[in-house]
Design a protein around this ligand. Sequence first.
Ligand SMILES: [Zn+2]
Length: 371
Amino acid sequence: MQGTEFITRFEKYCPQWLAEPGDPVGLHIGTLNKPVKKVMMSLDVRPAVVQEAIEKKIDLLVVKHPPIFRPVERLTTDDVQTKMYADLLQHDIAVYAAHTNMDIIENGLNDWFCELLGVKNTRYLVETHQIRQKKLAVFVPNENAKALRQALAEAGAGKQGNYEATSYSINGMGRFTPTLGAKPAIGQVGTPEQVQETKIEVIFNEQLEETVVAAMKAAHPYEEPAYDIYTLDNGAKKFGIGRIGELAQAQATEDFIALVKQQFQLAGLRVVYPKIKKEQIKTVAICGGSGEKFYWQAVAAQADVYLTGDVYYHTAHDMQETGMLVIDPGHYIEQLCKEKMVAQFNQWKNEESWDAEFIVSETSTNPFSFK
Ligand SMILES: [Zn+2]
């Protein structure tokens, strides 16, 4: 398996463009232009993780937290925190990070959290991205219409739900006069021409625009094909960070806190009780990692509880006044991504018949302990 081949498959599921602006996702260290036999998934890149990767002869380390999140100012090998970069390069271990895009993707980290807690009917806590639908209308001589429709379908245009190669056609008359320098497929320079043409309309998602237009031009007989592209107000596919949904049945607050502790296998967690007592939990908002900046969205969506890590002392004071319970289970609950991602990698391995091994890092990178 080539590194690029694996990452191409990975980015079909978790594209870089779904990351929050400025989030340094993607390849951080080394190269993907090499054969990869062993891939390890970790939450963080820490010196102990790098040691594990060296011992296990890892070719590619996939992580959630970008190892160079802030610029590295020195690359000395006397400091263990920077020596690890040199060790990675020396042992030809590439590092690839998927960060907020892993929070945002469908069937991503926040969905796995919801599954674990039995939260159903989930919606996005905060919408972040959308892919809009566009429409291409192109005019082509009748005899070329079939081939053009086929070329557009092959380029991925016309997909709608469980249907593909959808299009609409209508016949009409096209008119043009070739001028000096033109090399018309039909007609002659200086002579007004009219041709029985078909207008073909197809929809496509906006990311395919270049591909679809290139395919249309390649399949069109005219030197200057006439076409229109417009953006549709309907049919956009939306993405978001964090999730909100409901428990099957309302639970007593203390029972829900115990459930969180048990499901995430935590020795302890922090709870911010609102001033107005919250007896029962039904609507649950969750955002893995450090999601305190979204707590107002959880309040606005009438969540009974918001789960997120790294809640700051003064923010907790503000949260107390909202009437919403806040549970901070710690940032490390994101380690769930290790086994979930490796299960996904193994599924692709079967589909693609890759000769590669995918493993979960066994190093705990949680800096906190409860005593
Ligand atoms: Zn995180």
